[in-house]
Design a protein around this ligand. Structure first.
Ligand SMILES: [Cu+2]
Length: 162
């Protein structure tokens, strides 16, 4: 009992000092790493949520479905000064086309026989067929009429340039 009593306080003191040093070292190391990790975690959600969610919507595809005899939708919005590609689908049984008025606001020729007006490609879209129309939107805001040359009275629409 007695030798133990004399040695233990010394041994305990040394061990205790070493343990204290280890605790200080670990606490310092952990606080340093957790601090940097905290910054990394808090920084990534803000940078990740801000930009990718907003970008896909403005450049989304423009689609127009042609029925017998109407456009759906019959009003399209296109940003000014951009080149828009419109995907067209004829969901009806009879042939249709999409013919956008020229720069003067008039339909320059029937069935897009000239080169002036933006028209669906192919110009005659049969039932079940698809087509595309590339439109160079003017740099200023306004409205452009479009129509189907097969049904020019009832099958019309409007492109809003914003
Ligand atoms: Cu039509």
């Amino acid at each position: 009992m007695r030798p133990d009593l004399t040695r233990l306080p010394v041994a305990e003191g040394v061990v205790g000092f070493l343990v204290l040093m280890l605790i200080v070292a670990f606490v310092g190391a952990f606080s340093a790493t957790s601090g940097s990790e905290g910054k990394a975690v808090s920084a990534s959600p803000t940078s990740g949520s801000s930009s990718p969610g907003a970008s896909p919507s403005p450049g989304g595809p423009l689609t127009v479905t042609m029925h017998d005899n109407r456009f759906d939708p019959n009003e399209i919005t296109v940003p000014a000064g951009t080149t828009a590609t419109i995907q067209i689908m004829n969901d009806g049984k009879t042939p249709h086309n999409m013919h956008v008025a020229g720069q003067t606001g008039d339909f320059t020729e029937d069935f897009c026989t000239g080169t002036g007006d933006p028209c669906s490609d192919p110009n005659t879209v049969r039932g079940g067929q698809t087509a595309t129309l590339t439109l160079q939107a003017p740099s200023s805001a306004g409205e452009i009429n479009f129509r189907c040359d097969f049904h020019p009275q009832e099958m019309t629409g409007k492109i809003k340039v914003q």
